[in-house]
Design a binder for this molecule. Structure first.
Ligand code: SAM
Length: 282
């Protein structure tokens, strides 16, 4: 790939620098990256990344174990975007979880999705649970997160009040590649800034398992960075940033169709595009 093909995009929410020479040294056919604010020189490729390395998942655990268990840590130093980011998620889900009413306040269309139980996948310390899912408000939220220190922080500090109020169900400390939701449990399974850590095959399998975890009319919500094309690999934390097209191929392969898709607006310039998708089984 020529130097001209090298693009500079900022990682959100994650910060790291891989320059072209480091990239060559890794002899990896792809590069770009994924969530959290960091600037780096990256190259994209349509070639499927070398996911199959033995330590693909352990490298991610090692990386995240070095990150502060704070909102700033979850957002790679861009703590200030949290309100605008969560407001966009609330706006996206609004039409699914609320009745639509006419001018006379008569219900024109009933809410498709109940607000009983949500699951926050790749939850970190529970930022999305606190600032989005419990504001919808879902009555109860489970969290799935593979870095133990984030789960501990969620349990004992960040979500302490919500735990005491009975709004938090299970905190599963495990990777999404191993997580199988209980059958028919969730109205919404939300995955944010985490799916780049899963290999394509594991992501398809995970989404297929999620299908069984949905209650009737339940949906999957996905919010991830988008590469402009192909894959961008971050070797440091074992993640990829996928293009919109690649995500759509994966959703189809897993047996989902898109009910709604929307770009996140209002983020600082120079970051990856962030896209939200609401999916339902085909
Ligand atoms: C950028 S943070 C986002 C956290 C949260 N979704 C948010 O937006 O505040 C990515 C999170 O994904 C977690 N993670 C990485 N790989 C994972 C995997 N395979 N399964 C579950 N969680 C994972 C990390 O430990 C980290 O907490």
């Amino acid at each position: 790939m020529s130097r001209k093909a090298c693009v500079c995009e900022a990682r959100f929410p994650k910060g790291n620098c891989i320059n072209e020479s480091q990239f060559s040294a890794h002899n990896n056919p792809t590069i770009q990256s994924h969530c959290k604010p960091r600037h780096q020189h990256l190259m994209s490729s349509n070639a499927v990344p070398q996911f199959a390395e033995e330590n693909w998942y352990t490298k991610a655990v090692d990386y995240w174990s070095t990150v502060d268990p704070t909102v700033n840590g979850m957002l790679g130093g861009f703590e200030s975007v949290c309100p605008v980011e969560c407001a966009a998620s609330l706006d996206l889900i609004h039409e699914f979880v609320n009745d639509q009413r006419g001018a006379d306040n008569v219900v024109k269309k009933e809410a498709r999705v109940d607000k009983t139980y949500a699951c926050d996948c790749g939850a970190g310390i529970g930022r999305v649970t606190k600032e989005f899912l419990l504001r919808v408000p879902f009555a109860k939220v489970d969290l799935v997160e593979q870095t133990p220190k984030f789960v501990e922080q969620a349990k004992h500090e960040y979500l302490k009040e919500e735990m005491e109020a009975g709004k938090i169900g299970n905190l599963y400390c495990m990777g999404l590649q191993e997580f199988t939701p209980d059958s028919g449990k969730y109205d919404l399974i939300w995955c944010q800034w985490v799916l780049g850590h899963l290999t394509d095959d594991d992501l398809v399998s995970f989404l297929k398992r999620c299908k069984d975890g949905l209650r009737p009319n339940g949906v999957i919500g996905i919010k991830e960075n988008n590469a402009s094309k192909g894959y961008i690999v971050d070797e440091e934390d074992s993640s990829v940033t996928r293009s919109d097209d690649l995500y759509k191929q994966i959703f189809k392969k897993a047996g989902f169709k898109i009910l709604k898709e929307k770009k996140q607006h209002g983020l600082p310039a120079g970051l990856f595009a962030v896209k939200m998708y609401i999916l339902t089984p085909e």
